[in-house]
Design a protein around this ligand. Structure first.
Ligand code: ATP
Ligand code: MG
Length: 195
């Protein structure tokens, strides 16, 4: 399996690059943000809980997220590989992902870190908020999300760097240029895993 984590701060373009990756490489997209937003739409119990955290820019507790991820992987075991978008976001989630994949005799081959400076992130999210009405794309929540990212999520870079799996990509360029850099990394790895 070619399992890839798309990593980066909120607004760094993880969802956008994921769309391009699934089209070119046929991977199965697991976006925890999309899953949670669908639960909110459905007014499920999980959705109602998640909504309280998301509005504040906080992370939904690990236990919920790990459960969601486990179920989604289980339901799609015939996939060629997964692209994990928005997961892991904490070290505990990172450990859980390692274990989940190891139990299924596979692993994460690459973590693509989309590097974008904070001013640009804020600008993009405010813009998205205007265009889509996404409820967490307002200045108050954005500030909290960036804070949470720096404290809880950023340490995962070291976690994956130590494993030799972190690939940083300049995420500021336009969508297609970023995707070229993403493709370069994935082409190399896809070739290796096939051998
Ligand atoms: P993007 O980088 O695609 O622009 P994003 O990273 O800001 O977006 P999503 O990944 O869509 O946003 O997540 C939205 C919210 O859902 C997060 O702020 C968080 O509250 C919750 N969430 C999503 N994934 C997780 C996770 N793995 N653990 C905890 N909370 C999560
Ligand atoms: Mg997203």
């Amino acid at each position: 399996m070619l399992n890839v984590v798309i990593f980066g701060a909120p607004g760094s373009g993880k969802g956008t690059q994921s769309e391009l990756i699934i089209r070119k490489y046929g991977l199965f997209h697991i976006s925890t943000g999309d899953i949670l937003r669908a639960e909110i739409e459905k007014h499920s119990e999980l959705g109602t809980t998640a909504d309280m955290y998301i509005k504040e820019g906080k992370l939904v507790p690990d236990q919920f997220m790990i459960e969601i991820l486990t179920q989604t992987i289980e339901a799609n075991l015939t996939a060629k590989g997964f692209i994990f978008d928005g997961f892991p976001r904490t070290l505990a989630q990172g450990e859980a992902l390692e274990n989940l994949l190891r139990e299924r005799n596979t692993n994460v081959v690459a973590v693509l870190n989309l590097d974008v400076e904070e001013d640009e992130l804020v600008k993009r999210m405010l813009n998205r908020g205007k265009e889509t009405g996404r409820s967490d794309d307002n200045l108050y929540t954005i500030k909290n999300r960036l804070n949470v990212y720096n404290i809880q999520t950023e340490p995962l870079k070291t976690f994956y760097r130590k494993k030799g799996k972190l690939f940083s990509i300049k995420g500021k360029d336009d969508v297609n240029e970023v995707f070229e850099s993403v493709s370069e990394v994935l082409d190399r790895l896809a070739f290796k895993t096939r051998k």
